[in-house]
Design a protein. Structure first.
Lengths: 334, 377
């Protein structure tokens, strides 16, 4: 059993970050990229859903289909960003094998490329993972990898296994040709120890259940689950031993009243009732959170908390979250 | 309970009681609780005497069980509510593939239907096309409406990244499948569109070759055969999509936009509201789902300083904890109010109701009833 980030995860070079919609995938992917870049490494952060979530998070102009510096990491590290579009990726492929030139632009205008990716739905995913593979394997003139790690803000848990199942997607496509030729390399990379899939979830019943199901699906598809990132972890205000009693509605109002009086607060019955009701709700959530954590613990996967930022996530918060991850061992600097 | 910054509070009971309301569409981005809201709304309407069917798209397992939807048979099933309930609640879960099959079988002659169903490309379209789920949700909605059996149809929308997909996906799908491109690519030699070829120039030959290298010649041929068979039966995808779209624009159809009090979800809700208004389908209101209103009237700063005092004296740890969790809650509630106020400033005309979060997951009718009460305020 291990609930810390382990060394093996640091050896992975390709990190997919998936999770339930609304759980904070993009925030987690960005924090992870910063954490992995800490100490001087070069990390590429990739967006595949065209949402421009990363640009909003880092408060920069929209990302494009070209790698560009997004942020500096402590210790001389660097995070670059890339938004992969199916259209641009397909044109890039075709240009490698056919001289499309001017025609490419015209076809783009006609929507011909959207047409091709719609006709063969698997094509889109194949183009995404193909481009990601190219980034992971790219080397500079010294034979050194261009990126120490690539972090992908990946599709949500409902679609992630399908997204990574390149073999199945290829069944839709021609049995020959350029894309088919390189898909074997992509499959090899995705199923190797170079690749891990992290899952972002919330410390609540349903999201955790969905996470556990995804862990099983990943394993069944021979893909490697990485860490579970518990987003919006709230401070536990009640002692663990009083949580279950309070969750059952057993809150000692007279002790609260005594405390309010000794602190010199004005209170009336309405305030006291309100505080008791808030305490019961807090305890109900805390108790669900405790059992969710236990269930996650049972998977043996490392699980890391990302603190809740009540006023929303800004760039400063991302660096704090990254620092937290580094302190928990991410990037091997902990 | 419901702090609302806006001018008007959405009256959900008036909405479902109105005999003119025939369809309520619950839309919003993924993960905001659309399906639960749709189910709770349907249950409330039934309790108020209407004969309701709820069309869910992809319910969580326990919610499906609460509605008795263990079996997926693509038909509404009655939910047992007890004799004291004046109305009726029926619920169903969309089976995309089956709805598509039924549509083909109902409209095409036997031979033509075989042609369509046996086409390998049909397998792809009916199961894995993006947009098919939205398309079939509309198709099913059309069927339920045609039955003229329901006072009220409550529709959940597919779990997509964007709320707009519900409106756009069927149209996008039909544009692709109706287009000249598919004909030209399938048989470029025969395609009569000389004009088009002229515009594209020599690039077209290259592209056609490239596309068929990528997706395979067989797939293109299958696709073309499929589209041809489909066209002669349905007058094309576009016509079919336009038909169901008209239903959404009829006055009896009301849109409820569901959002969590989070920036992303509210941004999506904003886009959607703007889009609905632009299409002259003004939304009935916004459901701000899972809010955390403050229950005790005590300023956060005072709670924190009192907690500090108690902690420094080592006095009454329970009261100190309670004051801390109250201060946390005030901070969350303030943030939610700020976010909703921002939405209301941009869309002052949209009525809004906040639905306080349930402290635990909802997986039975009692829970849905409680949410219905919170919805009604």
């Amino acid at each position: 059993m291990s609930s810390e980030w382990d060394r093996q995860l640091d050896h992975a070079r390709l990190h997919f970050v998936s999770g339930k919609g609304g759980a904070g995938k993009t925030t987690a992917a960005a924090s992870l990229a910063l954490a992995l870049a800490t100490g001087g490494r070069r990390v590429l952060l990739v967006e595949v859903e065209g949402r421009q979530g990363l640009a909003q998070l880092f408060d920069t102009p929209p990302l494009e289909y070209s790698e560009r510096r997004l942020a500096a990491a402590p210790g001389g590290g660097e995070v670059k960003a890339l938004a992969i579009e199916a259209e641009a990726a397909l044109l890039e492929y075709l240009a490698m094998y056919y001289s499309l030139g001017f025609a490419g632009r015209t076809l783009r205008k006609m929507g011909a490329i959207e047409f091709a990716t719609t006709l063969a739905p698997g094509l889109r995913d194949v183009l995404f993972t193909g481009k990601i593979k190219e980034c992971v394997r790219r080397t500079d003139s010294n034979g050194r990898y261009s990126y120490d790690a690539v972090v992908v803000d990946a599709p949500p848990t409902g679609r992630i296994v399908k997204f990574l199942d390149v073999t199945r997607a290829m069944a839709d496509l021609a049995r020959m040709g350029p894309i088919h030729g390189q898909s074997e390399d992509v499959v090899a990379l995705l199923h190797s120890s170079d690749t891990v899939v992290h899952l972002v979830t919330l410390p609540e019943q349903l999201p955790v259940r969905e996470t556990l199901e995804t862990v099983d699906e990943l394993a069944a598809a021979d893909l490697r689950p990485g860490a579970v990132l518990l987003n919006r972890a709230r401070p536990a205000r009640l002692a663990t031993r009083s949580v279950s009693a309070a969750a059952d509605g057993r809150v000692d109002a007279s002790r609260i009243r005594g405390g309010l009086e000794s602190a010199g607060l004005d209170w009336d019955d309405e305030v006291l009732d309100g505080l008791v009701a808030e305490t019961v709700e807090h305890a109900t959530r805390a108790s669900a959170e405790l059992s969710a954590r236990e269930q996650l613990h049972g998977t043996g996967l490392p699980s890391l908390d990302l603190a809740e930022y009540v006023d929303g996530i800004d760039v400063a918060a991302l660096y704090e979250l990254a620092e937290e991850l580094v302190a928990r061992g991410v990037g091997g600097n902990g | 309970m419901n702090d609302r910054p806006g001018p008007e509070r959405l009256d959900v009971d008036a909405l479902v009681d109105d005999p003119e309301t025939g369809i309520v569409v619950c839309c919003g981005s993924g993960g905001v609780g659309k399906t639960t809201t749709a189910a709770a709304l349907g249950l409330r309407a039934a309790a108020r005497g209407r004969k309701v069917v709820v069309l869910t798209i992809d319910p969580a397992r326990r919610l499906a069980q609460a509605l008795g939807l263990a079996e997926l048979d693509n038909r509404p099933r009655r939910v047992e509510l007890g004799p004291e309930v004046p109305g009726e609640l029926h619920a169903m879960m969309l089976d995309m593939r089956r709805t598509f099959d039924d549509m083909v079988l109902a409209h095409a002659g036997r031979e033509r239907a075989r042609q369509i169903l046996d086409n390998p490309f049909y397998q792809t379209v009916s199961t894995s096309f993006s947009g098919t789920q939205e398309y079939m949700a509309m198709e099913k909605l059309g069927q339920l409406t045609a039955e003229e059996e329901w006072d009220l149809i409550v529709v959940d929308t597919p779990p997509s990244r964007s709320a707009l997909d519900f409106l756009d996906a069927p149209q996008r799908l039909s544009t692709i499948l109706d287009g000249k491109l598919i004909r030209m690519l399938a048989s470029p030699a025969r395609a009569g569109g000389k004009g088009l070829r002229k515009i594209v120039g020599a690039g077209f030959g290259v592209f056609a070759k490239a596309v068929s290298t990528v997706v395979g010649h067989q797939l293109l041929a299958d696709a073309a055969a499929f589209v041809q068979a489909f066209d002669s039966t349905f007058g094309g995808f576009r016509e079919r999509a336009a038909h169901t779209y008209r239903l959404l624009r009829s006055p009896g159809t009301r849109f409820l936009v569901v959002a969590a009090p989070e920036p992303d979800a509210l941004r999506e809700a904003s886009y959607f509201v703007e889009r609905l208004s632009a299409e002259s389908m003004p939304p009935a209101g916004l459901v701000a789902n899972r809010t955390h209103p403050v229950l005790a009237d005590l300023p956060a700063a005072r709670a924190v300083s009192a907690a500090e005092e108690l902690e420094s004296e080592g006095n009454s740890p329970l009261a100190a904890s309670v004051l801390r969790l109250h201060a946390d809650r005030v901070a969350v509630a303030e943030r939610e109010k700020r976010l909703l106020a921002r939405f209301t400033r941009a869309h002052p005309e949209v009525e809004l109701v906040g639905v306080p979060a349930m402290p635990h997951d909802v997986h039975d009718l009692a829970g849905l009833t409680e949410i219905g009460e919170r919805l009604a305020g």
